[in-house]
Design a protein around this ligand. Structure first.
Ligand code: B3K
Ligand code: ZN
Length: 861
């Protein structure tokens, strides 16, 4: 590594030197030479005469102060420094930029011929020189001038003027009345099909809704539109929050680094998170779209109206907005299934991040490249922290806290402390100790030991909390601990303590605490950390029998699923320890009885029948036993398939659905697809017909499941189905992403060669993050046996790709490097092989800040 990028620290925050009263931007769009004119009114705070502006990859044409070229200035690679300035002045800056050659997908770039922007976190500086920080808020007026082949010229706020110019170009002028930071600025220019609708807010205002999609995709837009209207109604109902502009626009683009972006009044979305029809998208895709459309909409209050003071506070808006989108999905759909999804994300990805070299608190202290901190920790653990406050306060007090937060801080850029203080002040609940969750990284462990005194009818629980060795704080956290006690019949026992009945949760506030429950007539089975009431690792010596009891009787669907996961986990560990890979007949019996009874939510049943993912299993081991985990899982799946064959056949044929998107039909599909997944591992005579019918279906969930089943079992039909799918869907890149992803999950030695061939497939493109994630992301995530193969070829494939992506799109490269971050968790041979790849990157000429930060941390001792 030649030059070292500089880190920034949270403790070094200083308020901006200037205030910007208004900003007017004019864009003359052209692929290689877009002219950006920025006129702004500055006012110095506390007598500052120097102004430091951020700017990257800009060609400065002129810089005038009050109409005169300002020569007392210095320019560095990323800054423009103006000296000897008056206290108030108008600044006019003209820059040239090249959207066409901007492959980083940050700033202004071209996505398949359409101009679009992505400014969060620090992309605005690739558009013009500005104080590109979230605490500089101003009103924007934006004029876009372009050729008429770009009929739609869009920006934030309301359109105030449009027309044709003498030279044949046209223009549109937009004004956003709400002050905003630069990261929420957006511009789009292109040719689209538009789905229009309206929404009437609860106070009776009519809001225009417009969804812009690539030509020919209109039939895939209605679901996103419906989701938006549901989100608007839900936010009014549950949070009392109403939309504030007259128009809300969403534009779907094909080249996008993440899911979507909440720019004020003009969201830009990855087309994968908008477009869906039953023929092209799975039920999971429909669910994801609803949740992301909701998420971006909810940002309008939690993020846009009230934003972050600095980027270290990112969880202020992201943790809170993820919590809000999770609640949205849970109120509209199944709370249990949504909780399972959220906990899986925590356990598989967040726990790994929190125990690896990139571990950081939800409010990080030190950052080199901000884009590296849009993490599962800031987002998902951040949401868990909000959820814990919700548990401690209860819905009513939590909503009072939200109202206070909004009235106090509307229009401001604030901190996580401001949020917690509002919650505290509105509810009267002391959250001082709770604030430690914002400072501490690592996953705490809760160890529980229980004792039952039958004579006294007393049940005693001793809870201890331990924190990561690397934790610098060494103070106990405030942890809400929900639990249920089940009696022998499976009924809930009231939680009676000396201080009264526990309603919501136990408050764990010390390193070690004892709780005594009275009037417990028989030895109970405890359902500990019910609903994952805190993001911790629970340690309790459950027996398989106790877990089976929970599986049958717990009131929480999440807890029942969790019990089943624990049962599998115990079985996997025992199999690895003993070398005997047979699954306990009691477990098989329980699964079989679940399928026989076929009652309740069938989607939940599908989850109950699923083994923990490789990553979840891996998290249980200090050194990950790759081959053993893969082999035990395979062996278990085949035993489940054999043991349940008849039950599954019967359930498969007796469950029917009509292909609709109703929860009921979605659940039936989920279950049938899981059944098929197992049945292809047997000699069931039903399989051939089922595969044929499912593959011929015009419902993508049903069709794709047949392909997934044949791939996972390496069924003889695989090649034929792959090729038929290709000819049917080659014209639709988003559908082909599913096809690429399935190729990447091929469980055999040919997969690397296959991937290399697919690099040349007409639908693949390295510059498009969706394609890269579909092919290589799926390979590293869902094909552990091949990614971690002992000849290092899997690692080499990723290493080669990262080197290429570093030059094309550093943000995407930095996300794709994740599997290498936990290299120390593997055996010596694999460690050495992964280290070689990390060292290749470390010595790379022109290594981006994004990769530098991760590679350096990964290799540090
Ligand atoms: N706020 C954006 C994420 C921006 C990522 C920048 N690298 C989307 C979201 O969380 O809603
Ligand atoms: Zn967000």
């Amino acid at each position: 590594m030649t030059q070292k990028p500089q880190a920034k620290y949270r403790k070094d925050y200083i308020a901006p030197s200037h205030q910007v009263d208004e900003l007017s931007l004019t864009f003359e769009l052209s692929p290689r030479n877009t002219i950006v004119t920025a006129v702004s009114k500055f006012r110095a705070a506390a007598g500052a005469s120097q102004l430091v502006l951020d700017g990257v990859d800009l060609e400065l044409q002129s810089c005038q102060v009050n109409g005169k070229e300002w020569h007392t200035r210095e320019q560095t690679e990323a800054k423009l420094i103006l000296n000897e300035l008056p206290a108030e002045f108008e600044l006019t800056i003209v820059t040239h930029i090249s959207p066409q050659t901007n492959t980083s997908l940050e700033g202004l770039y071209l996505s398949d011929g359409a101009y679009c922007t992505q400014c969060e976190a620090e992309g605005f500086r690739k558009i013009t020189y500005f104080m590109d920080r979230p605490d500089v808020l101003t009103t924007y007026t934006v004029t876009i001038i372009a050729e008429t082949k770009y009929p739609f010229l869009l920006s934030n706020g309301n359109k105030v003027e449009e027309g044709t110019l003498e030279d044949g170009r046209h223009f549109a002028k937009w004004h956003d009345p709400y002050k905003k930071p630069s990261y929420l600025f957006a511009l789009v220019a292109g040719s689209f099909d538009v789905l229009e609708d309206t929404y009437q807010t609860k106070s009776g205002r009519e809001v225009k809704l417009a969804l812009f999609v690539d030509k020919g995709n209109l039939h895939k837009a209605p679901h996103a539109m419906t989701s938006l209207k549901k989100a608007m109604a839900w936010d009014e109902l549950r949070f009392g929050l109403e939309y504030d502009l007259d128009i809300y626009m969403i534009v779907a683009v094909d080249f996008f680094n993440m899911g979507a972006m909440e720019n004020k009044g003009l969201n830009v979305f990855n087309s994968a998170c908008v477009l869906a029809s039953q023929e092209t998208a799975t039920d999971q895709d429909f669910h994801t779209i609803e949740s992301i459309v909701g998420h971006e909409y909810f940002h309008n209050w939690t993020g846009n109206r009230i934003t972050c003071r600095d980027w270290f506070q990112l969880s202020l808006k992201e943790g809170l907005t993820v919590f809000r989108d999770q609640e949205f999905s849970s109120d509209l759909g199944s709370r249990g299934l949504n909780r399972i999804d959220a906990v899986m994300a925590m356990r598989t990805h967040q726990f790994a991040e929190d125990s690896g070299p990139m571990a950081h608190p939800i409010r990080p202290e030190k950052v080199i490249e901000m884009n590296n901190f849009y993490t599962v920790t800031v987002y998902n653990k951040g949401a868990e922290v909000i959820r814990m406050m919700h548990t401690l306060l209860g819905e009513e007090n939590f909503q009072k806290g939200m109202q206070l937060y909004i009235t106090r801080h509307d229009g401001q850029a604030v901190t996580c402390d401001d949020f917690v203080n509002a919650m505290m002040d509105a509810s009267g609940v002391n959250l001082t100790q709770f604030k430690l969750w914002y400072e501490q990284h690592g996953t705490p462990r809760l160890n529980v030991v229980t004792e039952y005194d039958s004579a006294a009818q007393r049940y005693t629980m001793t809870v201890t909390q331990q924190h990561a060795d690397s934790d610098p704080i060494k103070a106990p956290l405030h942890i809400p601990f929900k639990l249920e006690l089940l009696d022998e019949q499976g009924l809930s026992i009231p939680l009676l303590t000396q201080k009264g009945e526990i309603q919501r949760a136990l408050d764990i506030t010390e390193f070690e605490q004892r709780f005594e429950f009275e009037q417990v007539a028989t030895k109970p089975v405890p359902v500990l950390l019910e609903d994952f009431s805190a993001p911790v690792i629970m340690e309790y010596n459950y027996s398989t029998d106790e877990l089976l009891h929970i599986l049958r009787f717990a009131r929480s669907d999440y807890a029942r699923w969790e019990a089943m996961q624990q049962i599998f986990m115990i079985a996997v560990k025992a199999a690895i320890d003993s070398g005997d890979y047979s699954l306990d007949s009691k477990v098989l019996g329980a699964l079989s009885s679940l399928v026989k009874h076929l009652k309740g939510d069938l989607a939940l049943l599908a989850e109950l029948l699923s083994l923990p993912t490789f990553d979840t299993l891996a998290s249980q081991f200090k050194t990950i036993p790759v081959d053993a985990l893969v082999n035990v899982s395979k062996a278990f799946e085949s035993q489940i398939a054999q043991a349940l064959q008849q039950d599954l056949e019967l359930a498969y044929t007796s469950s029917t659905e009509s292909g609709s998107l109703d929860a009921q039909d979605v659940a039936v599909r989920a279950f049938k697809n899981k059944a098929l997944y197992y049945l292809v591992r047997t000699d069931s005579t039903l399989v051939e017909d089922a595969l044929r019918t499912q593959f011929a279906s015009d419902n993508m969930t049903t069709k794709l499941a047949s392909l997934k089943a044949v791939v996972s079992a390496e069924h003889e039909k695989m090649e034929a189905l792959f090729s038929e799918f290709d000819s049917q869907w080659r014209h639709d890149a988003l559908v082909m992403d599913k096809w690429l992803a399935l190729h990447a999950s091929l469980p055999n030695d040919e997969v690397i060669t296959k991937i290399n061939t697919l690099y040349d497939h007409p639908c693949f493109e390295k510059g498009n993050p969706n394609r890269v994630r579909a092919l290589i992301g799926s390979f590293t995530r869902s094909n552990p046996a091949q990614f971690h193969r002992i000849d290092g070829k899997g690692y080499e494939l990723l290493g080669d790709l990262l080197i290429e992506l570093n030059g094309i799109n550093p943000q995407n490269a930095s996300r794709m490097i994740t599997p290498f971050m936990s290299w120390r968790r593997y055996d010596e041979t694999r460690q050495k092989l992964m280290r070689t790849q990390l060292e290749r990157l470390a010595s790379l000429e022109g290594l981006s800040d994004d990769l530098y930060e991760k590679v350096e941390k990964a290799l540090a001792q």
